[in-house]
Structures are given as structure tokens and as C-alpha cells.
Design a protein around this ligand. Structure first.
Ligand SMILES: *Cc1c(COP(=O)(O)O)cnc(C)c1O
Length: 375
């Protein structure tokens, strides 16, 4: 079945009690037992299982082509659960430009528990291979990466991981299953911040893990989810499933708009560099063509004149809202280095654009007038 069809139907069932087509919201935390003590309808307590969360998990497993989906309270909680499922003493390889929130999680929290992490250039497979140790259990991939939009060859890295007896988990937040399906390329699992494109309306926070197989690692993650308790609540599950229904069409528009904006910025004299994997001069373009169907809705660019100039441009936009995050209908602009804080590798003159669903001509006009600030 095609992704558009799966996005509309996966995880949906007509409500047996009323015939409702749109899913009812099950806020109840507890479910009735039968007189013999059993739970004939399958539900006990919402932390263990809830119809809204199950529907979302089923839909995401279908979209990613995996065996099992798990919904968490945020993308960070989903990533944290993957780390918690590793054996003590495990070594992890992660990209040098890992999303800064997860870099903090890996560095500050995971290492305190005896996991060790090495940060490597994931776009350089020989460098990844030489960083593998006997105790390496996980290779974490994020492609395209946030905010530098570097491209990692998922198939190559998954092969390295499997040769070393490690898992390959891919953060698929920027691409979504509409643009890229890492499990088909050899990854063992994908992680999402559902807060971004999956929810798609800047009003629900969530995280998803989808695993290719329902193996011991998957069962361990399920145990961590329901016993650890960082589950996605029913209302957020309902909102994110609702977001999935239109995901293929929203992604198409985000990508078309982003391509237009990237092409505009690439020829602008006040712009020093544009990072967008859809541009032929992007170093990851060839790999992106192979593993993605379109190139995503984020565009980063560096302005001439440094940090000061970047703030001047961001200060002049009228349509682009100065805010973090991405994936909603509205376009956002953000100076990443200042939110990531001291020690970040993100250039000081870099602005990240989250391209929304407005008309691309209006977005380009807004950037054009904002860049006049540098005249
Ligand atoms: C936002 C984001 C996360 C973290 O997700 P939250 O829902 O904010 O916890 C993880 N990875 C990437 C690539 C992200 O952009």
C-alpha cells in the first residue's frame, strides 16, 4: 500500500460502540475488570495501554515498515529509552553534529551511568569504522542532521554496525517516513520527535520509536516504556495521529517551498553559504538522492558579517517567526548557536529556517526584505 493511503488509514478503526469514524478520545486512566478478575477488553490502566496510544503506535509502525511502535512523552524521552535499554558498559557512536538536546542527554546523563560515547563524523564511514570498539553496541544516525543538514549514508553505517554486532538507530525526525524509510535501508530502529512534522501543528509534544523486529531489545524497550512510565498521554496521541493523516501532503509542500527558498538564498549576495541537501552543490546531495524522495523542510544559511549580521536579519522578518522548533504550518527563523549555548559547533552566523506551508513567494519576499538589513 502507498504511504498516502497508509497515512489516512493506519491505526484507524470504526468505534464499535457508536460507529464514530474519527477516533474517540479515551481519557480514562483505568478500565473495568470482569467478575472473574480478568480484563476482557484488553485494557487495565492507561500507563500499560490506551486505545489512542496504541492506534498511533500501530500507524507509525505501518508508515516506517516496522514490527512495533512505542510512543513516549517527547522525542528526548524516546531517545533516552533507547539508551536505557543498552547493557551497562556499552559504548555508543554518535554523530559530531548530533541534535544539541540529545548531545546533552548522551554526554551529561548517559555517561554518568557508565555508558561511554564517542562523537564521530557520521558522513565519513571509514572514520566510523575505525571508532568502533569491542563494546560498541549502538551507532546513532541522524540524517539530515539538525541544524547543519548533513547527510549520512544509512545503508553504509547500518552495515558497519551489524559487522560489529551493534544496533543502528536512526533519528528520522527531519525526514519523516514520507521522505526516508531507514528500516528498509538496514537500520534496526528509528526515533522521532513527533513534536515536529508528525504532529505538524506546533501544539503537541511526543516521541516515537519504531523497531524493525519484535525481538528481545524491542521487548526491553516496551518494558522501559510502561514501567518507566514516560508514556505519551491519550490527548497527545490523538493529536499526533490526527497529524499523520495529512503528513504526506504537508511534507510535499514543506519540501517544495524549502527548495524554492534554498535556491533564492543560494544566489543572494549577502549569503555566504546555504545548507540544503536538495542543492546539487551540497556535499551529501548524491546520498540524499539515493535514500530520500525529497529533501525536507529545513534550510540553514550563513550570512556575511557574523553573529551581529545574523541577528539583524532575524530581527527584520515579518512572516518568519523568531522561535525554536519546526514542523508546524508557520515558518520559523532561529539563531541556533545562541540556543545551543557555549561549546556549540554551529557557526555564529547561521540561521535555521523551518519552512512552513505559506506560499513560497511570500516567504522569499520576506527574506529578501530582511536581508536588506545587511545593505
Ligand atoms: C526536536 C528534536 C529532538 C527532541 O525531541 P523533543 O520532542 O523536543 O524531546 C530529537 N531529535 C531531533 C532531530 C529533533 O529535532
Amino acid at each position: 500500500m502507498h504511504l498516502e493511503t497508509l497515512a489516512v488509514h493506519a491505526g484507524s478503526r470504526i468505534d464499535p460502540a457508536t460507529g464514530a469514524v474519527a477516533p474517540p478520545l479515551y481519557l480514562s486512566t483505568t478500565f473495568e475488570r470482569a467478575t472473574d478478575g480478568s480484563y476482557p477488553r484488553g485494557y487495565i490502566y492507561t500507563r500499560h495501554g490506551n486505545p489512542n496510544r496504541e492506534a498511533l503506535e500501530e500507524a507509525m509502525a505501518a508508515l516506517e515498515g516496522g514490527a512495533m511502535g512505542l510512543a513516549f512523552a517527547s522525542g528526548s524521552a524516546a531517545a533516552f529509552a533507547v539508551l536505557q535499554a543498552l547493557p551497562p558498559g556499552a559504548h555508543i557512536l554518535a554523530p559530531k553534529d548530533l541534535y544539541h538536546g540529545l548531545a546533552r542527554l548522551f554526554r551529561e546523563i548517559a555517561t554518568a551511568w557508565g555508558l561511554s560515547i564517542s562523537f564521530v563524523d557520521m558522513t565519513d564511514p571509514p572514520a566510523v569504522e575505525s571508532a568502533i570498539r569491542p563494546e560498541t553496541r549502538l551507532i546513532w544516525v541522524e540524517t539530515p542532521s539538525n541544524p547543519m543538514l548533513r547527510i549520512t549514508d544509512i545503508e553504509r553505517i547500518a552495515t558497519c554496525a551489524h559487522r560489529a554486532g551493534a544496533l543502528c538507530i536512526c533519528d528520522n525526525t527531519l525526514a519523516t517516513p514520507i521522505l526516508q524509510r531507514p528500516l528498509n535501508l538496514g537500520a534496526d530502529g528509528v526515533v522521532h520527535s513527533a513534536t515536529k512534522y508528525l504532529g505538524g501543528h506546533s501544539d503537541a509534544m511526543g516521541g516515537i520509536v519504531v523497531l524493525k523486529e519484535e525481538n528481545a531489545f524491542a521487548r526491553r524497550l516496551r518494558e522501559i516504556q510502561i514501567t518507566g512510565g514516560a508514556i505519551l498521554p491519550p490527548f497527545e496521541s490523538w493529536l499526533i495521529l490526527r497529524g499523520l493523516r495529512t503528513l504526506p501532503y504537508r511534507m510535499r509542500a514543506h519540501c517544495e517551498n524549502a527548495m524554492r527558498v534554498a535556491a533564492f538564498l543560494a544566489q543572494h549576495p549577502a549569503v555566504e553559504a546555504v545548507h540544503y541537501p536538495g542543492l546539487p552543490e551540497h556535499p551529501g546531495h548524491a546520498v540524499a538522492i539515493r535514500q530520500m524522495s525529497m529533501f525536507g523542510g529545513l534550510v540553514s544559511f550563513q550570512v556575511r558579517g557574523g553573529r551581529e549580521a545574523a541577528f539583524r536579519v532575524a530581527g527584520q522578518t515579518r512572516l518568519f517567526i523568531r522561535a525554536t522548533s519546526f514542523g508546524g504550518p508557520e515558518s520559523l527563523i532561529e539563531h541556533r548557536a545562541s540556543i545551543e549555548g557555549p561549546g556549540t559547533a554551529t557557526p555564529d552566523n547561521l540561521l535555521r529556517l523551518a519552512i512552513g506551508l505559506e506560499h513560497p513567494d511570500d516567504l522569499i519576499e520576506d527574506l529578501d526584505q530582511a536581508l536588506q538589513a545587511l545593505r
